[in-house]
Design a protein around this ligand. Sequence first.
Ligand code: ATP
Ligand code: MG
Length: 615
Amino acid sequence: MNKVSFFRSIHFKFVMVYVLLIMLAMQIIGIYFVKELETSLKENFNASLSKRVSLLVYNIEQEMTRNTNEDEDEDGEKANDEITTIISDFETDEILEVRVIDSNKTVIATSSIDQDIVGKKTTEAMVLRTLVGLEDSNSNYFIHQETGQRVMVMTQPIKENNFSDKTVGAVYIIASVEEVFSQMQIINRIFATGTGLSLCITAALGIFLARTITRPMSDMRKQAIELAKGNYSRKVKVYGEDEIGQLAVTFNDLTEKLEEAQAMTEGEKKKLASVIAHMTDGVIATNRNGKVILINNPALDMLNVSRGTLKDVHITELLGIEDGNTFESLIDEQESLILDFSTKEEPLIIRVSFSAIQKESGKIDGLIAVLYDITEQERIEQERREFVANVSHELRTPLTTMRSYLEALADGAWRDNEIAPQFLNVTQTETERMIRLVNDLLQLSKLDRTEYKLNKDFINFTDYFNKIIDRFEMTKSEHVSFVRNIPKDPLYVDMDTDKITQVLDNIISNALKYSPEGGKVTFSIDVLPAEIQIRVQDEGVGIPKGSVNKIFDRFYRVDKARTRKLGGTGLGLAIAKEMVLAHGGDIWAQSQEGKGTTVYFTLPYNPEQEDEWDE
Ligand code: ATP
Ligand code: MG
């Protein structure tokens, strides 16, 4: 924010208003005061002069009456001289000239050095008016032509016997009023100085006062700037309890509330951000043009894109659904879309559901797309479908075989002593196969259930393994030889004996079943740090490379026709796998087609526990 220039500041305005107000007040007072003073001074001057002039008039009248009573001629001159003396005495610094005029309008005496006008008729209007008795005593102000001074001219009639109505002459006085004006000038100067002084004091006071107002305001302004920057720690100083003080308190309150509100929104934002970030589902948000504005990490992973490349990317482009889909169509999309992002290495199926971000006004402000990884779901679904198809197929095959044999028997083959037992034998084998199959399925479905429990016991595995091999040794064909690489020392393993027996039975019977030419079957136990590894190696037909990992899948058989002949359902290793995994072990196979197969499986083994067992 710009700094307020001095001439626009409240400071300046405040002082200016103060000074102007005082100036105006002083001006009004000054005009009135000076006028009054002038009038009063002039009146005073006038009054004091009038009094003195009255005395003068009295003296002159005395002199004039004396003259008229005595001889005229000689004494007339003398009397005039007397009057001249009187008026000369009367003259002071103030009184510049005194003239005496008789009733004939003739000047009979003057105090002036210039005696020229004596004996001449006067033309002064004021004197003439006084002589005819129009005015009693009169005064007027002029600028004196000779001296250039401000003067007051005063006339007073000389009355016979002083109080009668008959005017015998007049006195004409020119008095300087410079004294009065100089007095006024002094007073004016004092007044001007006073005004100047009071203006200075007012300005100083104004500055001080303005500061008491502007300081809290500039404080608040600074605070507001800090607030805008997000700094809530500053507080405005409260200078008093007046309105500005209250404003400061309110401002501080506001700051606190704002801080709380800000903290709350931040908190909510963080919560939301963390929820979005830690969701396992992908979330993409767009603006109202469909451009991506937010995307969380799971979504980035699913779409295999990096955040940096997403600037200004449209959502349809990001999801690869530009064909046939627009931003508007996605907003109206009620059903979620299933998108296949599978690569050669990894399958990836994503379900995307869309929902519009609406403003309160109902206007669409953007779109939120939630991405669910449904690969696993799809895989399970696919497996289920395959499983059902496989089961149906596996059940139908023996059933169709049985039906054709039974039909043949019903058609009369039963009478044939040779064929009938053969046919019945086939149906019996097929029935047994079906029973085995159904049993296997039942067992698998039991293993699939989560509440499935193992009946574990500590068993000496070497002993146990030898016994199982012994059992097979009794029934094996003579083309096959058994080799045992089994440690002599006991190995105690915590396991469900029935289940592991089933695993071993299947692995060993496979080894025998798929070794038509016979050969060597090697049984080994390797003790590893935390587990024992059991190996069954044969020299049979082996398994093609691509199929080695699939043999543990349900119903998977390398050569369906042949294995079915051998009575296999393809469920043996799948069951074995479930059981080994339930024990916390693992199972896998290695094979070379035509050379033989090795099946491995591991079981958790803890030598310390064995020691405890021994004690
Ligand atoms: P089941 O065990 O249910 O009677 P199966 O033996 O056919 O039937 P699995 O034991 O699950 O089923 O074996 C799956 C497939 O793996 C077999 O059909 C076979 O093709 C192949 N296989 C398993 N063990 C061997 C082996 N030792 N040598 C060669 N192929 C094998
Ligand atoms: Mg088998």
